[in-house]
Design a protein around this ligand. Structure first.
Ligand code: MN
Length: 240
């Protein structure tokens, strides 16, 4: 009898645990890169590039990729972690960091954004890409933008018209998909962002992202970006 009730208790506990796991909001917990804890607070971590520098040729050339990853991104990571230590910034994860970014220094905001955005950007691309989205994501894109081509046009235009340096984003917000752009290294997770939401896809339109190969032709860079979008990753971020 005692064994039986213990078994019953364990069974109930397991069911409860499973329910919590399944019920957890998927979108809130993904897109996190920084898991390394130094002392009691997190620091940003640069992900390993998921492909070689030359893998996205000819859309993105190897030299741009190498400088972008190895110099620009590495510097953002180093600088934000310096700011975290110097300013005793104490958050558990990137989402909390960005949700409070208006209270932080310009160094923390700019380099924190740069650290996260580039991790996100590398994973947004893949050498075995060029396919269309499918399934739930395709349906959501059509529901929000009409057709996939209209979505592409709107995103491309947001990227082309972002004045100066910044990013174009596809985000999930209020049960819909939206396109937005941010200046500098801001992102839609930041409390200062005009359009806040969960990032699904990003394009870096800083000149350092394309100037070596495309010079002033940002629109050519944007057009070729569609050849290397990792739709599987975007679908995964969407919760598929
Ligand atoms: Mn960049």
């Amino acid at each position: 009898m005692e064994n039986k009730s213990r078994r019953k208790f364990l069974q109930n506990t397991l069911t409860a645990t499973a329910a919590i796991t399944i019920g957890a909001p998927l979108l809130k917990t993904q897109n996190l890169f920084a898991t390394e804890k130094v002392a009691d607070f997190f620091q940003f971590v640069q992900i390993k590039l998921p492909y070689s520098y030359a893998a996205l040729e000819p859309s993105i050339d190897a030299l741009t990729m190498e400088i972008h990853y190895n110099k620009h991104h590495t510097a953002y990571i180093k600088n934000v972690n310096e700011a975290i230590v110097a300013e005793k910034i104490n958050f558990n994860n990137e989402h909390d960091f960005f949700a409070n970014v208006s209270k932080l220094s310009a160094k923390a905001r700019n380099n924190g954004g740069g650290a996260y955005n580039h991790n996100f950007f590398w994973e947004s691309m893949s050498p075995n890409a060029g396919k269309m989205p499918s399934g739930k994501l395709k349906k959501a894109i059509e529901a929000s933008f009409g057709t996939f081509d209209k979505f592409k046009d709107t995103f491309s235009s947001a990227a082309a018209t972002r004045f100066g340096s910044g990013w174009a984003w596809l985000i999930a917000a209020d049960g819909k998909l939206k396109i937005t752009s941010t200046p500098n290294q801001d992102n839609p997770l930041m409390d200062v962002a005009a359009d806040k939401g969960i990032p699904l896809l990003a394009l870096d339109v800083w000149e350092h992202a394309y100037y070596l190969k495309y010079q002033n032709r940002r629109t050519d860079y944007i057009a070729n970006f569609w050849n290397v979008v990792n739709w599987e990753k975007v679908a995964e971020r969407f919760g598929e």
